[in-house]
Design a protein around this ligand. Sequence first.
Ligand code: CA
Length: 674
Amino acid sequence: MNKFILGISMCAIAGASLFCASEMNAQSNFDSKFNNYPTYNGDDLELTVNATGTHFRLWSPKAEAAIVNLYAQGANGEPLKTLDMTFHPDNGTWTASVPEQLYGKFYTFRIKQDGKWYDETPGVWAKAVGVNGNRAAIIRFNDTDPQGWETDKGPVVNNFTDVVLYEMHHRDFSMDPSSGIANKGKFIAMTENGTLSPDGLKTGIDHLKELGVTHVHILPSYDYNSVDEANLQLNTYNWGYDPLNYNAPEGSYSTNPSDPAVRVREMKEMIKALHDAGIGVVMDVVYNHTADNDGSNFELTAPGYYHRHREDGSYSDASGCGNETASDRQQMRDYIINSVKYWADEYHIDGFRFDLMAIHDTETMNEVAKALKQINPSIFVYGEGWTAGDSPLVPERRALKENVSKMDGIAVFSDDIRDAVKGHYSNAEDRGFATGKPGLEETVKIGIVASTAHPQVDYSKGANSKFAYAKSPEMIVNYVSCHDDLTLTDKLKKSMPDASEADRLAAAKLAQTIVFTSQGTPFMFAGEEVFRDKKGVHNSYKSPDSINAIDWHNKKVYADQFNYYKNLIELRKSHPAFRMTSAAQIAKHLKFDKINSAKTPNLISYSLVDHANGDKCNEIKVVFNGADHAQTVDIKKGKWTVIAHDGQIDANGLGTSNGGKISIPKYSALILAR
Ligand code: CA
């Protein structure tokens, strides 16, 4: 999520401390002047090409002059021509036009303000860019559509709890030679069918189909700053949380970053291939900060306006990356809304994951969700309900986890289940419920009920949250690990140093079983199904491929693990009881068994009863044993189908049981149905 800090790490603390004493509670005097700026929300910002020519319109209300430079190339060379722009004080925009359609050409803007000419910028609305995103490009978008694009459509989602998210970085997934993929690290890696590991096992898109995830959540794929697109042979790696051009794809993921149309076309080809496989595409969006401060495109077009500041005029820094943007200002709010709408329309994106969402205000996020659902009701919007530092935006207005019930159609990550199941994110040695640490049972239960109000869950005992903050399970994304912090494999290694690998594999299965049987939407980090590690590196945002790339030999080495994950996803898909859609349903149909956690810690048992959410089964019994020894439960007598036991899982049944006393091995789940 965040390149300079532990991302979710610090953020989780900020998220948990909604009303901490250190909050700055007022907009700074420095910032209040921006309230009077005229705004403009037309669809012709920056560039329009039509029958009458090429038209530029830059929003820059306080500029004293503005020009457009036209170029033949995306880099180097002098301008072919420079156009003076005309100011429109009513809406703060500057315009210039030429009668020709300038397809194939590039442009930049420059403004003069307070007597100073600012550096060239491609603007904030460049939809196509030259190499390294320094100049905007004028291309024919119709020519970038792959065959069949007119009818291309992502999966229809009826309830967001039906979604299974798979978080993936382009390079991680395809870069290793063992991927068998030709276009390694590229968007079009996803268009290759029939790719195999050296052991003949499926990789690439075929692997995703086999695993059964419904949506791929791709790490930032807009044009980011850190990778030099002119020197791809250096194989520089970055997560991409350093936004440069929000509305154009990243060049290093294309086969030719110097041709502005190629990155657009190839990203669409990736999306089309995934859609054809029935898989949705979620984009990770990072509107909360810019890679650069004074040199950002926001600063170079409307100095001061798009970022928040402290009283002294310095950049405030809720992102931990040097600045934060100001969604509470109209032009920035409209920018975010129009940008996601653009990705949904032009690229058919199926979901948006908002990085450090609490830097944005709830009003903006509500408008984002509303605008997107008008385009396509299946679009899933979720985000990190925390910041990475303090913000001038008052906590009541922040899109925090604790405020999610004020945001219809938006979900937040549950750090409650994450930390309770595996141990604290930032303390590598800390264990969780699934690895033998007692006292976290109630917090795991908060995760199981998707942070909704439940008569048998005592929120006062929650480790991260003290109240039922979600009014619906569709507001919660459950996970135990993501790109931030240690992978689950590395976390288990550090927190269970004396345990056998078999025990760690068992604990990983248990941890994911808790996530995938819990109410809410499950989320997994790419490669965990093959026990992927990152050699103990927790903040691998710029680590080389040798740390980040998934080694597909693991698919054979950990075949049992892969099959378990695949069957676990299949189990969730085949039982609506795990995917309830309202808090009332959960309160009615999810019944915890009474267990004295002081006497038998690391044991949770519950039933999903009365054909929950239309399930074909009358009752599903779910028991987790996170202790380092076997524990026994007394199951109601009856004719049960055993679905999971001792590290094995099969939605169709492993066998039958008559109930009674059943021993559950250490670090494992028992699931029965009848
Ligand atoms: Ca770039």
